[in-house]
Write a protein that binds this ligand. Structure first.
Ligand SMILES: [Zn+2]
Length: 426
């Protein structure tokens, strides 16, 4: 009888939890407004501070699963105040370097020059959300900006001279084995955040686990809490676990829980400092993971969890930085170079209409794909090889070739054309 009672209670809690979470997830209909919180917990507009977390490589379906099982209590608490949204990674291959570049600029790879983990250059100065908010508020002293990252290469800021040296050091360091896609390349110009780095109060990047990353986040938050801040806190544990043990593993889930623990500690610190009511938190990821695999070659399923009550719908990864800039009061449609992302705030219908601007329908894309194949298919096999693909798509071949068979089919090219039209929606 006692057993029965306990399981009944667990069941009721689970049902109550699912009712809380799942209405917010539905993307087909506008998300329901979360219940109004008491006035003192409503973040002012614009917020004083923003914290952006990246839980590297944590797949959307696994987040849903862990939330339903109540394994991410701190993420769930955030979602109860704001919402949980679906985010798609659409502008580039689903890997770390372009993912974080998009997440921190709202620009497309053609503008940033960061296309993949091996095809990249330093993001030009002034393009990141950190530099944009500094300019908006009147300089570095007016808003503290910092990045704590847990991947030395892909979310890195080393210059050409430092990369060779540190690569030797990384190999000696055995504490955190680099993920499968995390082997630093030797190249000429520097990593994506090489030019950003010197404009920030702190750029602290290394291979490390959550137990090391978390305390550093708290250290810099304490140090730079005045007068306001924009913090980027990157946890690499899910990506590393996913590569080592696979998306289906318990280890991958444990890594997500480790991230959640540190989200909880940051929230606790913000509350202690009486800053929580003035701070908006966004938690997202640069890419998902391939189903039943230990790779993320075609894993566009990202997500966004936030206590921001103004976020009303999901979108693409580039919309997350656009949202942050808009919430800080910047006129995002006037920025140069222009963002491809649009804020996820405001009525979802407007956003849908906005993103529909210039967007190809599936039918139009199919017609266009067939035309392109006809015009470029030199050997007449009905599909395009890397050499046959029009040059505008050449750098994105592996992304477009979704099944990885070495050829772009009509269906794959149609999808790429729809993504491209979405990118050019401005
Ligand atoms: Zn990875």
């Amino acid at each position: 009888m006692k057993v029965l009672k306990t399981s009944w209670l667990v069941y009721m809690i689970a049902v109550a939890f699912l009712l809380c979470v799942f209405p917010i997830r539905a993307q087909e209909t506008p998300p329901e407004q979360p219940p109004q919180q008491p006035a003192e917990t409503t973040p002012p507009s614009p917020p004083q501070n923003v914290v952006l977390f990246s839980w590297d490589g944590l797949d959307r379906m696994v987040v849903w699963e862990l939330l339903a099982k109540q394994k991410l209590p701190n993420l769930a608490a955030l979602i109860r105040e704001g919402s949980l949204q679906e985010i798609d990674v659409v502008l580039h291959v689903t890997v770390t370097k372009p993912g974080h570049t998009t997440m921190l600029t709202g620009l497309d790879p053609e503008t940033t020059g960061v296309f993949s983990n091996s095809d990249y250059r330093p993001i030009p100065e002034g393009y990141t959300i950190f530099e944009r908010v500094q300019k908006h508020f009147g300089g570095k002293e007016a808003i503290r900006t910092f990045m704590v990252t847990a991947k030395i290469a892909h979310v890195g800021g080393r210059g050409p001279d430092e990369i060779g040296e540190s690569t030797k050091k990384d190999k000696q360091k055995s504490k955190v084995a680099p993920g499968a896609d995390d082997s630093p390349d030797v190249e000429a110009q520097g990593e994506p955040f090489f030019l950003t780095r010197k404009n920030l109060d702190v750029f602290d990047s290394d291979q490390r686990e959550a137990t090391e990353t978390g305390p550093l986040c708290l250290k810099y938050l304490t140090q730079f809490k005045e007068p306001r801040f924009l913090a980027f806190l990157h946890f690499s544990d899910p990506d590393h676990s996913g590569h080592k043990h696979g998306r289906d593993s318990q280890e991958y889930r444990d890594a997500a829980v480790a991230c959640d623990v540190w989200l909880g500690k940051v929230v606790e610190w913000l509350k202690q400092e009486k800053l929580y009511d003035k701070t908006i938190i966004y938690v997202t990821t640069d890419h998902g993971f391939d189903e039943h695999a230990s790779s993320h070659s075609n894993a566009p399923d990202s997500w966004l969890a936030t206590n921001d009550k103004d976020v009303t719908h999901g979108g693409m990864l580039a919309d997350v930085p656009a949202t942050i800039l808009a919430r800080f009061g910047l006129s995002v449609d006037k920025l140069e170079p222009g963002l491809v992302g649009v804020p996820l705030t405001g009525p979802a219908e407007t956003a849908a209409a906005e993103s529909g601007k210039g967007k190809l329908s599936a039918e139009e894309a199919k017609t266009k794909a067939l035309e392109q194949i006809k015009a470029n298919d030199k050997d007449g096999d009905g599909k395009l090889s890397a050499e046959e693909l029009p040059s505008e798509f050449a750098r994105s071949f592996s992304r477009i070739d979704a099944d990885g068979d070495g050829f772009v089919s009509e269906d794959e090219l149609s999808k790429a054309l729809v993504r491209q039209s979405k990118r050019k929606r401005k």
